[in-house]
Design a protein around this ligand. Structure first.
Ligand code: AMP
Length: 398
């Protein structure tokens, strides 16, 4: 996929009002931000715009207020934290309507290098419908639009797509550029061997990712709950493990396609099973792929860990999305830890495709050992499916 969109470095921003769509969808606990990674990710673009004399108007959604003002989902704590991080005040436009005459007069007062943050865009019900009126209101605030919210780039909303129709120039920021560079280069120009590791709960969530990556990888490693649909398709007994009966045929097709293409398709050869889905359940290791009746697979087994680590160790490019087991339960986290640890030692490009695997890698302390951890779960999955992301498509071409 060739990247042909304008970036903030392609335009003049001095003295211009620049509306920047960020991903400030941060986790909150009792009004306090518990993880600032997304704010850190937005800093390069904000700093560039301040340094180059733009009037910086930031916007984002936070959680799901469902089109109404919900004080607990206000972006006020984000304005406070950003002020601390930037070392200068970020004015918070506390307006439940997001854009109003008050906000417009605040914007009119801005000087070059000033920063203002709008209220949660999802306080407006039009936001997620990509409606014209709210898109126009947002566009009326600025001369230029910058999209830097990779996490919502797969959604066509007013603040990601609609706004671009009413503003002349729309470009991407550094975070989106970085995401596209790492995800794009890994998928389209991988140094080989290229290994993809897919896990998580369901095959149905990752059908198109599997199909797209099968065309590109040398090895596809499957773990997590989704492995059991493939094992069932291969004729193994899976006990009471998670399975999607309606995807068994699809799983067979995928395995046949892998064989025809000479792609190594690795499935677990043993498991850690339990008699119930619980953190307290006793972990039992199976001898082989088969799971006895009354037991469910909750993690990949020790032999599988060794095989997967071996395939990972010789890779030069790796993409990983989805845990190998129920890593939230300590007894069933070994497979996910083994993959994270294996990837941390690889001398090559290691990309984590957002969501649970990104959280796992960070929690386990391997975050700084990876080449890139995507900030967008859904967006990175759609990218790996080979889809064009509407929030990026809508930007001005070079
Ligand atoms: P996903 O959002 O599709 O990446 O799925 C992540 C979820 O899959 C995590 O909450 C894991 O606990 C869950 N998961 C992984 N392996 C299994 C398994 N063997 N059985 C049930 N759930 C699993």
């Amino acid at each position: 996929m060739k990247f042909n969109k304008k970036t903030i470095e392609d335009i003049q921003v001095k003295g211009k009002k620049v509306l920047v769509r960020c991903d400030f969808n941060v986790p909150l606990s009792e009004g306090a931000i518990t993880d600032v990674n997304r704010l850190v990710g937005a800093m390069p673009t904000i700093n560039y715009l301040i340094k180059n004399g733009a009037k910086v108007i930031l916007c984002s959604h936070l959680g799901k207020p469902n089109g109404e003002p919900r004080p607990e989902l206000s972006l006020a704590p984000v304005a406070k934290k950003l002020s601390e991080m930037l070392g200068s005040e970020v004015v918070f436009a506390a307006d439940s309507n997001v854009v109003s005459d008050n906000v417009k007069s605040e914007v009119a007062k801005m000087k070059d290098g000033d920063v203002l943050l709008l209220e949660n865009t999802r306080y407006r019900k039009e936001e997620t419908k990509n409606s014209e009126n709210f898109s126009k209101e947002l566009a009326s605030l600025a001369d230029i639009f910058v999209n830097d919210a990779f996490g919502t780039a797969h959604r066509a909303h007013c603040s990601t797509v609609g706004v671009t129709q009413f503003i002349e120039t729309s470009v991407c920021g550094y975070l989106i550029q970085k995401e596209l560079k790492f995800l794009g280069e890994a998928v389209d120009q991988p140094v080989r061997p290229f290994v993809a590791i897919l896990g998580g709960a369901k095959v149905s969530d990752k059908i198109d990712v599997i199909a797209n990556l099968l065309e590109k990888v040398d090895t596809l490693i499957i773990g997590g709950g989704m492995a059991f649909t493939f094992l069932k398709a291969g004729g193994y007994s899976i006990g009471s493990s998670l399975v999607e009966e309606d995807k068994v045929e699809y799983a067979k097709d995928m395995m046949q396609r892998a064989e025809a293409k000479g792609v190594k398709f690795l499935l677990p050869v043993d498991h850690i099973v339990a008699d119930r889905f619980s953190a307290e359940a006793k972990p039992v290791v199976t001898d082989n792929q088969n799971i006895p009746d009354g037991y469910m697979g909750l993690d990949i087994g020790p032999k599988t860990c060794e095989i997967y680590k071996g395939a990972i160790s010789i890779a030069k490019t790796i993409i990983w999305n989805g845990p190998m087991g129920v890593f939230e339960f300590a007894n069933f986290a070994k497979g996910t830890i083994a993959v994270a640890e294996g990837m941390s030692k690889v001398d090559g490009t290691t990309v984590i495709g957002g969501g649970d695997s990104a959280a796992a890698v960070n929690q386990l302390g391997f975050g700084d050992k990876m080449t890139h951890i995507s900030t967008g779960g859904g967006a990175s999955l759609e990218f790996l499916e080979g889809k064009l992301l509407p929030g990026i498509e809508a930007l001005t071409n070079k």
